[in-house]
Write a protein that binds this ligand. Structure first.
Ligand SMILES: NC(=O)c1ccc[n+]([C@@H]2O[C@H](COP(=O)([O-])OP(=O)(O)OC[C@H]3O[C@@H](n4cnc5c(N)ncnc54)[C@H](OP(=O)(O)O)[C@@H]3O)[C@@H](O)[C@H]2O)c1
Length: 299
């Protein structure tokens, strides 16, 4: 059976390190890290994510600001708030919770965030830095950054010569994940909905990352024996066995069968999920170090 990669405990390690780095920053007399989270509208899932981000930020010793704006907020008003946060020296990270209401151009809002405060890593400057291998100064999107940390725990930092297959080509997961694996010297293939014979391609992977959004799509016989399998997917499916109307979370990988073949695998929940918020904290403390003219801490 595969080693189970415990994302919950690795995420706790990251948060502990962020707390220690925050304390060191205060001891040096520098401004403590500040994270501003902006949410527009009342989407219940977004409210849960935002509350959890703000709570972890406080736990890390950060200044944690939350702007909760009504659904009818205009694009102009939102851009004004972003401009004010860009200019505020007590803020090192700005996060706009997506999706935004339809009348607001999300792309315009994301590109309005100062790149050095873009702790989600969605600004073109940060995308470009990742694409050109400028990892020292780039902010990398939190989910792929966290997934990479999980891979490093199993395989080490230098992945020279390993074949990696990333299933999914979204801008927030698949593409940045592929760039991180490339920077670590993997031979990388990105697969998507038009890929031919995905099972055969997946079987070439020493590192297989699934970021698709299709429950249990990756089967056990798609997995190369000994491979490291990272399941980014979070899918809620009906679970009548738990009672009427009940549901449960599953990933994009058929966990039971894949775990019999893989060398190491992330569970869902408890794998990649907890890493995302932890890496948001890591990016924010890194931003505060850079703003104070100090060396960027690594994780
Ligand atoms: N753990 C976390 O914190 C976290 C964070 C973000 C996302 N997620 C989860 O990760 C999953 C992916 O998220 P995302 O935002 O990247 O999703 P997305 O934007 O919907 O992208 C999905 C990708 O999967 C590809 N795809 C769809 N069906 C496929 C198929 N049958 N075969 C091969 N490829 C297929 C799509 O291909 P095309 O481009 O060809 O359409 C697309 O590139 C979701 O379950 C999401 O909930 C988790």
């Amino acid at each position: 059976m595969a080693e189970v990669i415990d994302g919950k405990s690795i995420a706790e390690d990251v948060v502990d390190k962020v707390k220690a780095l925050t304390a060191e920053l205060s001891a040096k007399g520098a401004t403590r890290p500040g994270l501003a989270v902006v949410i527009v509208g009342e989407d219940p899932a977004s409210q849960v994510y935002v509350a959890s981000k703000s709570r972890t930020a406080k736990e890390c010793g950060f200044l944690s600001l939350q702007h909760t704006l009504p659904a009818e907020t205009t694009e102009g008003d939102l851009l004004k708030i972003i401009g004010d946060l860009n200019a505020d020296p007590s803020i090192h990270g700005i996060l706009v919770q997506l999706p935004l209401p339809g009348h607001i151009d999300s792309g315009k809002v994301i590109q309005a965030i100062a790149p050095e405060k873009d702790v989600d890593g969605f600004h073109f400057i940060n995308v470009g830095k990742l694409g050109t291998g400028e990892l020292e100064t780039a902010f990398v999107p939190c989910t792929p950054a966290g997934s990479m940390l999980l891979i490093e725990r199993v395989r080490g930092k230098d992945l020279s010569g390993l074949n990696a297959v990333v299933v999914g080509r979204s801008n927030i997961v698949g593409k940045p994940m592929a760039n991180l694996l490339l920077a670590a010297n993997c031979t990388v293939t990105i697969a998507h909905s038009r890929t031919r014979d995905l099972p055969a391609l997946a079987r070439t992977a020493d590192i297989l990352v699934a970021a698709v959004g299709r429950p249990e799509m990756v089967k056990g016989d798609w997995v190369k024996p000994g491979a490291t399998v990272i399941d980014v997917g979070i899918n809620r499916i009906p679970a009548p066995e738990k009672g009427e109307g009940k549901s449960r979370l599953v990933g994009d990988v058929a966990y039971g069968e894949a775990a019999r073949v893989a060398g190491a695998i992330t569970p869902v929940p408890g794998g990649v999920g907890p890493m995302t918020i932890a890496m948001l904290m890591a990016n924010t403390v890194a931003s505060a170090y850079l703003a104070a003219g100090l060396k960027r801490p690594s994780f």
